[in-house]
Design a binder for this molecule. Structure first.
Ligand SMILES: *Cc1c(COP(=O)(O)O)cnc(C)c1O
Length: 459
């Protein structure tokens, strides 16, 4: 392997064997799963790049933390550790623990959204938008136009277009916009980061309009690392310094510990405002648990607090970004169409350019994910028309981006696993003309990508 990529900043202490399967076994498995990679048994998967959510490897220090977790119902020491870590690293005043990120989204959406309000965001995320809509909110995409062009290689494609905020405020009035949901990084745009300059500009705009800014901080450490590496003026700052400055341009955040928190479960809502905190603390009791555990065991909170400190270590996060870049560079060198620039947690295959002969309503990305599994035992995920769902009127949303996500779990796979993955994708690309699309056999009513079933159109 090319020595310009950073080697692993860890050694392996425990191993988990994985199973290799034959092509015939995989053909049977994908048919039984309705051509939906979410419905495969994990035992039939060789390299699991479905998601980086809750799939991270914990350190020995985190595992040791499980043993000393404080399981007291109230006043848990482990909650104090988590709270202190969030205050220290993020800089927010109040921490409301939740079982995972969507628990925090639920609380936030209930507290801030009135029926008919607009919530601008830099592209939607599935669970985030689902909670906004359930509370009567209307999502409005305000990401820069460049983000919708998968082949455009410009930095910070996650940025918000301030003109779009101006247009929305002029159209509906600032008082119908309770908050701006600013995701750092933007998953559906390909893991694209937001620049510090843009975060600052958005916050200043929001303050002028008396609108809150709430970060979706799920992948904020990756975002901070991109700022350090790519934005002028930040090269000599630590990840923690950058993270704190990012958070200073916001009024709170929702966080999934399952991503950049380096744990298998957990999340929180963080806020600065007393009144909002009081509301969140009384709601969390209804949905999650006491404000001192919020759906997590004491040991989960202990591991989460330790994971947050490990996540801001530059040798960890820079290696993570290098792994993603390695996979992307290999595919790019073979002319496989991918989203550029390469993002923070995943490489996204551009299925519209991979399979130009398959119409979007015959699901090119879903097709590619299914075929990649059959080819190699690598599991990936569709992020395109199926994930986008239907409009309130019942038509498909037709997102510009029709992608397959190869998501790299943290500290789990080696560069050799990434080579196996790259070889399989390159082989599929060389035989792309033979692929045919899919159609629904069963369409799930909400978040349909999770449980819908398909069959090949040729059947
Ligand atoms: C995963 C994710 C969430 C939701 O977090 P969960 O822990 O899965 O509930 C929200 N926003 C973004 C950007 C995410 O990637």
């Amino acid at each position: 392997m090319d020595r310009s990529y950073v080697a692993e900043p860890y050694k392996i202490k425990a191993v988990e064997p994985i199973k290799m399967t034959t092509r015939e076994q995989r053909q049977e498995a994908i048919a039984a799963a309705g051509y939906n990679t979410f419905l495969l048994n994990s035992e039939d998967v060789y390299i699991d790049l479905l998601t980086d959510s809750g799939t991270s490897a914990m350190s020995d220090h985190q595992w040791a933390g499980l043993m000393v977790g404080d399981e007291s119902y109230a006043g848990s020491r482990s909650f104090k550790h988590l709270e202190a870590a969030v205050r220290d690293l993020f800089g927010y005043r109040y921490v409301v623990p939740t079982h995972q990120g969507r628990g925090a989204e639920n609380l936030l959406s209930q507290i801030l959204i009135q029926h008919g309000d607009y919530v601008p965001g830099n592209m939607y995320f599935t669970t985030t938008r689902a909670h906004q809509e359930r509370n009567g909110g209307i999502f409005r995409d305000v990401i820069v136009d460049e983000a919708h062009d998968a082949s455009l290689d410009v930095p910070f494609k996650g940025n918000i277009d301030i003109n779009k905020l101006d247009e929305l405020a002029a159209e509906v009035g600032s008082d119908r916009i309770p908050y701006i949901c600013l995701a750092v990084t933007v998953n559906l745009a390909g893991g694209q980061p937001v620049s510090m300059a843009n975060m600052k500009a958005v916050y200043e705009w929001a303050q002028r309009h008396e609108i809150l800014v709430i970060l979706d901080a799920t992948r904020c450490i990756e975002n901070a690392c991109f700022i350090k590496q790519k934005e002028p003026g930040f090269a000599s700052e630590s990840i923690t310094q950058i993270l704190r400055e990012m958070c200073s341009y916001s009024d709170g955040c929702t966080m999934s510990g399952k991503k950049d928190g380096l744990v298998n479960i957990g999340g929180f809502l963080a806020l600065n405002d007393d009144r909002l905190y009081q509301k969140a603390a009384s709601l969390v009791v209804v949905y999650e648990g006491m404000p001192s555990y919020g759906g997590m065991a004491g040991r989960d909170m202990e591991a989460f607090a330790r994971g947050l400190y490990e996540s801001v270590d530059y040798s960890y996060i820079s290696h993570r970004l290098e792994q993603v870049r390695y996979l992307g560079d290999r595919l790019d060198a073979a002319n496989v169409p991918i989203v550029k620039p390469i993002g923070g947690h995943a490489v996204f295959l551009d299925a519209k350019r991979f399979y130009p002969h398959i119409r979007q309503d015959q699901f090119p990305a879903q097709t590619l994910a299914a075929l990649l599994y059959v080819q190699s035992g690598v599991r990936s995920m569709e992020r395109g028309i199926i994930s986008a769902g239907r409009t309130p009127q019942g038509n498909h949303y037709y997102p510009k981006l029709e992608l397959v996500r190869l998501t790299i779990p943290r500290r789990v796979y080696t560069y050799s696993h990434l080579d196996v993955t790259a070889d399989a994708v390159i082989d599929l690309y060389s035989e792309r003309e033979s692929a045919q699309g899919l159609r629904f056999v069963y369409e799930a009513p909400v978040l349909r990508f999770f449980t819908s079933r398909f069959e090949p159109i040729s059947q």
